[in-house]
Design a protein. Structure first.
Lengths: 44, 566
């Protein structure tokens, strides 16, 4: 077992996932907007 | 149940058990048994993550909630996509680089052994109890609706799962999860399709949804700020964010899923699958409930969906009162059906005033039906003494067995089995991992061979499986036990998240601060739960904030020990 705790930060073999994370947030906003429009249309 | 439906359920069980058992070839060492040698593709891990979270309680309970209350339960998942992004940036790379088997192993490296022991112990107790409840809840419902023996139903769900998890390890859990997820999606799709096809000819899908909307059931997002209300936009977004961060980041049953991925990036991608698809999938499940509500506007439902309680009331001294209630219910149903038909016609005809009048008439008729069902439920509580009785969990299984075509009944029962088994398998596998890695290998046998640890891991999986089945058998008789399990989980989750926040985000946090902060966080949640009516989703926020605040205060005052750093 290592005494040295792992450190934060990117390593060289990892991709830059910024676009992936941005797309997740964008999709959630779209899904929420869709649900809101859905309830506005079908709600009383 | 028809012979064809039995064949579908048996075929499902044979397929899954066979598929799980054949994975044993790939698990000849402990790392293979618990982590698949970190070799699984992201899409399989992603489906396993989703299957683990979607239990039979979700499938049966959420459809019932959709029937009685509508779409509001979807708000529980609003924080999930954000949680997945935060975890992908923070804890996922930490766990990968640390090469840990369990999330709690990391706590020892960052703090000390007692913080790891406490966190792992809390996980073992809460997950062993919840595993029993996950088996018990669908078993009780299926045994009542289908007339099956309860103990045999529990064993029918539990034992095949224990068998393939014990023999095949995490490989079996993940690859059966993939197939079980396919069965669940097929079952959900079949239920939606049948409900849409069974709408009356004179009511379109759009009109049906408008009718449901008249009762408020289409209100998925509630923007009111009321901390006592269980599901609102804010409790889902903020409280749900903390719940999902804790569940996916600190609960070994989920952490172990993505630790099996080939690389840190594949682990992240597996979480992104839930981030993209969880809310749309969860949207469909309460929608089944809403469509069942519409279905039962035009086809008479029973006063009580729980046939066991129905029979108990009929056999009691108050059967006459119940009979009169049934007659009243039939008349109220017919009035509501006519009002629904008139509402659909008014919508087609156009004109604001007639439509408003038709909506008011329908709401009034629906209120009368709901009031009679409320009185019937109260009567059951008085006759049976079962104060926790709620009828909504029986709506979906009753609809399936009484209204679905032959063959599809078997598919949906198989989907309920799949939802239960996928969650149980992941939990048994993670319980075994935490027991062997956090306790047995660390405290009892520190230098045995890999073959020894592998054999012990399989035995421990079997042990936890038996514990879960025994808990399930007792949980069916002890209603409050389920409450105890849920409360214990909410004490644990937010507080554990707080410890990981200290571990990853606070350089000055000390081991003493983390340990006592964890205990103080759980105490804070206990006080909030005892002396306020704040909804349970907020308990996760309270626990996390309390641990971080108290843990940091103790750390800053703690001059005797220096922090290890992050």
């Amino acid at each position: 077992m290592s005494d040295t705790p792992p450190v934060a930060g990117e390593t060289g073999d990892e991709r830059d996932n910024t676009r992936l994370y941005a797309s997740v947030i964008a999709v959630e906003v779209l899904v929420l907007a869709g649900i809101w429009l859905f309830q506005r249309y079908f709600g009383a | 149940m028809h012979l064809l439906d039995w064949a579908v359920v048996v075929a499902y069980l044979v397929w899954i058990v066979w598929d799980g058992l054949r994975r044993s070839k790939a698990t000849s060492e402990v790392e293979g048994y618990f982590l698949a040698n970190r070799s699984l593709p992201w899409w399989a891990v992603g489906l396993s993550v989703m299957a683990t979270q979607l239990s039979a309680i979700t499938l049966v309970g959420t459809t019932g909630r959709g029937y009685s209350e509508g779409m509001s339960v979807i708000q529980l998942y609003l924080g999930l996509p954000i949680a997945m992004v935060i975890l992908s940036v923070t804890l996922v790379p930490f766990f990968y680089r640390a090469k840990v088997f369990t999330a709690y192993e990391y706590l020892e490296r960052r703090f000390d052994s007692r913080t790891r022991t406490l966190a792992s112990l809390l996980f073992l107790v809460s997950r062993a109890l919840s595993c029993g409840v996950i088996i018990a809840a669908p078993a009780v419902i299926l045994s009542i609706v289908l007339g099956w023996n309860l103990t045999l139903t529990i064993l029918g769900i539990g034992l095949p799962t224990v068998l393939y998890t014990m023999v095949g390890g995490v490989q079996a859990v993940t690859w059966t999860d993939v197939k079980q997820m396919a069965v669940i999606i097929a079952g959900v799709g079949a239920a939606v399709a049948v409900l849409l096809f069974q709408l009356p000819d004179h009511v379109s899908v759009g009109e049906a949804l408008h009718i449901a909307g008249t009762t408020g059931r289409m209100q998925a997002l509630d923007f009111t700020w009321d901390p006592n209300k269980t599901y609102t936009f804010w409790s889902g977004l903020i409280g749900g964010l903390f719940l999902m961060l804790s569940y996916f980041g600190c609960d070994q049953s989920q952490v172990q899923r993505y630790l099996t991925a080939k690389s840190v990036d594949e682990g992240r991608q597996s979480l992104m699958m839930s981030a993209y698809f969880k809310i749309p999938l969860q949207f469909l499940i309460p929608m089944i409930g809403v469509l069942m509500f519409v279905f039962y506007l035009f086809h008479q439902p029973p006063v009580l969906f729980n046939r066991q309680h129905d029979a108990q009331v009929r056999a009691s001294a108050r059967t006459g009162e119940y009979g009169a209630m049934e007659q009243e219910f039939t008349a109220a149903f017919e009035a509501r059906r006519d009002a629904a038909t008139a509402l659909a016609a008014a919508r087609r005809a156009g004109g604001a005033a007639p439509l408003t009048a038709a909506e008011a008439a329908f709401r009034d008729a629906d209120g009368r039906v709901a009031a009679i069902r409320g009185r019937a439920t109260a009567l059951v509580r008085e006759v049976t003494g079962d104060q926790a009785f709620g009828d909504v969990n029986y709506v979906f299984p009753t609809f399936v067995t009484e209204r679905m075509p032959v063959g599809l009944v078997g598919l949906i029962i198989a989907a309920i089995f799949a939802a239960a088994m996928s969650s149980i398998a992941a939990e048994l596998n993670s319980l075994s991992t935490a027991t062997v890695i956090d306790f047995y290998r660390r405290l009892w046998r520190t230098s045995a061979s890999d073959a020894h640890y592998l054999a012990v891991s399989k035995l421990v999986t079997g042990f936890w499986g038996l514990v879960a089945c025994v808990v399930a058998i007792f949980a069916t008789n002890l209603g409050p036990l389920i409450d105890v399990v849920n409360r214990f989980g909410s004490f644990f989750y937010g507080s554990l998240l707080g410890v990981f926040v200290l571990a990853v985000g606070a350089k000055r946090a000390t081991s003493r601060g983390a340990f006592w902060g964890l205990l103080a966080g759980m105490a804070a949640v206990a006080l909030v739960a005892r002396y306020s009516s704040i909804a349970f989703l907020w308990h996760n926020v309270v626990g996390c904030v309390a641990v971080v605040t108290i843990g940091m205060l103790i750390s800053l005052l703690d001059r005797s020990s220096s922090p290890k750093g992050t």
